[in-house]
Design a protein around this ligand. Structure first.
Ligand code: HSE
Length: 380
């Protein structure tokens, strides 16, 4: 991951005209470039990303010098559209609001009926935004989308945990081989920047441990059980209603979602090669209201902690509920919020906390990745 930008070489000439520094901000003026994007998967995240690109179009052009143009969208269940001149996002979002589908939306020159793989192959996109559903057991169909895109010389940005947790090494190598970027800021903690933090700001450190709260649903449930004396089932139902939980909440409450994130951190931050079976896992289903009350009485609080650390030449990783003293920074993180502490040899412990889910937050993670690709282009 850390040599992505060096490995990647732009295909064409940089089209920027002028670079100016205004009030300390680097501002690009001139014709700029067009980044053509195809979105694969048009659920909550895909639509959030479309809203951001619609609402920030002028901002991105004026401040970063590029025109982000969505040329194709393909969703296995909602349908597809490809318009090589770019799709009217406002019109499409209104159409989706009414019908729940991409199908049925038309535009001059539109090609419809392409499945995700055909869309990746046939559209004129430079960047594929992979936002299809997550299957953490197989990583499919997302991994096939990512392989197809990287293999045909397109940059990939994704918030999908499956391909990153299971196949990050292979996919990073494929990206390098094809001189394109594979970026996945939103795969852990959505738009709260973890991978960019490591790649840019914490670079130069030896990271010896990464530890934190990596699942919003379980943190929300534990908080509600303690603060509002809510029953576990009611707190889970509320988390589902608020859209924090996975389609099958077993992934959240039994710790599989957090495990997928710990696996990514082990392999990317600590350079390991851990598989699911290498990581100890326990969810929160064994934590009762009585245990939470007893912990509170001794000034402690249960949190579902994910941790990965270097120890004696090995990487030890786990996900399990831990009783923390209230003085621990992670004990104070309530609700659906996530937090992560990086223990580094030079900078010491650096903790970041923020949303770990949400439509605009996760859509923002894709924007972070687009901006990183644009920065790489600008370095040419
Ligand atoms: N279900 C996940 C959570 C969503 O609760 O954190 C983000 O991976």
């Amino acid at each position: 991951m850390f040599d992505k930008i060096n490995a990647w070489k732009p295909k064409g000439k940089c089209a920027f005209k002028k670079r100016q520094v205004i009030y300390g901000l680097v501002v690009y003026r001139g014709d700029g470039i067009t980044l053509r994007i195809a979105i694969i998967g048009c659920g909550v995240v895909g639509q959030g990303f479309m809203k951001i690109l619609r609402d920030k179009k002028d901002f991105l052009k004026n401040n970063f010098g590029f025109d982000a143009k969505v040329v194709a969208i393909s969703d296995k269940f909602k349908g597809s559209i490809f318009v090589d001149e770019g799709i009217d996002l406002d019109g499409l979002l209104a159409h989706m609001e009414q019908t729940g589908k991409v199908d049925g939306f038309t535009a001059p020159g539109a090609i419809t009926g392409l499945d995700p793989i055909e869309t990746i192959r046939r559209s004129n996109a430079d960047i594929i935004a992979e936002a299809s559903f997550t299957d953490i057991k197989t990583g499919e169909p997302a991994t096939s989308h990512v392989r197809e895109a990287l293999g045909t010389g397109k940059h990939v940005i994704t918030t999908n945990k499956g391909p990153v947790a299971l196949f990050q090494r292979e996919l990073d190598a494929l990206a390098k081989q094809n001189k394109v970027q594979f970026r996945y800021e939103g795969a852990v903690m959505s738009g709260t920047p973890i991978f960019n933090l490591m790649e840019f700001c914490l670079a130069g450190n030896d990271v010896v441990e990464v530890k934190g709260i990596l699942n919003g649903t379980t943190n929300f449930i534990l908080t509600k059980m303690e603060e509002d004396d809510m029953a576990y089932e009611d707190a889970l139902a509320l988390a589902q209603k608020l859209g924090y939980a996975e389609a099958d909440p077993t992934g959240d409450v039994e710790g599989y979602d957090a495990l997928a994130k710990v696996m990514q951190l082990s392999n990317i931050a600590l350079g390991g090669n851990l598989k699911e079976e290498d990581i100890e896992r326990e969810g929160i289903t064994g934590i009762t209201s009585e245990m939470i009350k007893a912990a509170a009485a001794e000034g402690m609080r249960y949190k579902l902690i994910g941790s990965t650390r270097k120890e004696g030449g090995k990487i030890i990783a786990y996900v399990k509920p831990i009783k923390l003293p209230l003085s621990d920074p992670l004990a104070g993180v309530g609700g659906a919020i996530n937090a992560l502490t990086f223990s580094c040899d030079l900078s010491g412990d650096v903790t970041i906390q923020g949303p770990g889910a949400g439509q605009m937050e996760t859509g923002f993670a894709l924007l972070i990745d687009i901006l990183a690709i644009n920065r790489a282009i600008n370095c040419c």
